[in-house]
Write a protein that binds this ligand. Structure first.
Ligand code: HEM
Length: 123
């Protein structure tokens, strides 16, 4: 039998929604990262949240068509630094711990996210 996709192993759509529901408020409330979401409207935030869900589902092997922008274009000009990235990794780790994501899946998510770093960190 073929190995289950990361999407399935993370609990499918609901698992990924739970991940973003936990992670985004941590990022937005963070004293250093909060600046990226300052003064944004509710609808814009909700759209961006949905795009993050879609992106993660599609990237993890779910049957989802991602209609957003690629990671380089999306984050270009935000000046996300190495320090910002380290804080993001801490929050992502805390989210996976809070949701009791198993070790193998934590490692797979970390490897995927790390592969995106050169497109996201620019300062
Ligand atoms: C320090 C880390 C990060 C920060 C501060 C950050 C910040 C942001 C902000 C402020 C937006 C809204 C952009 C806009 O409205 O124009 C955004 C959009 C987005 N981010 Fe990030 N991001 C980070 C890491 C990531 C990572 C690791 C991923 C993927 C796993 C990701 C995926 C996305 C997606 C899919 C969008 C929406 C794309 C679109 O609007 O077309 N981000 N990010």
């Amino acid at each position: 039998m073929a190995e289950a996709s990361l999407y399935e192993r993370l609990g499918g759509y609901e698992g990924i929604v739970a991940f973003t529901n936990d992670l985004l408020p941590r990022m937005q409330a963070d004293p250093q990262l909060g600046r990226f979401w300052k003064n944004r409207g509710e609808d814009g935030m909700a759209r961006e949240h949905q795009l993050l869900i879609d992106y993660l589902c599609a990237s993890a092997g779910g049957s989802m068509y991602y209609t957003g922008r690629n990671m380089k274009l999306t984050h270009k000009g935000m000046k996300i630094s190495e320090g910002d990235w380290s804080i993001f990794l801490e929050h992502a780790g805390a989210t996976m711990k809070a949701l009791h994501v198993p070790k193998q899946e934590c490692d797979d998510v970390a490897a995927f996210v790390t592969s995106l770093k050169p497109d996201i960190v620019e300062a």
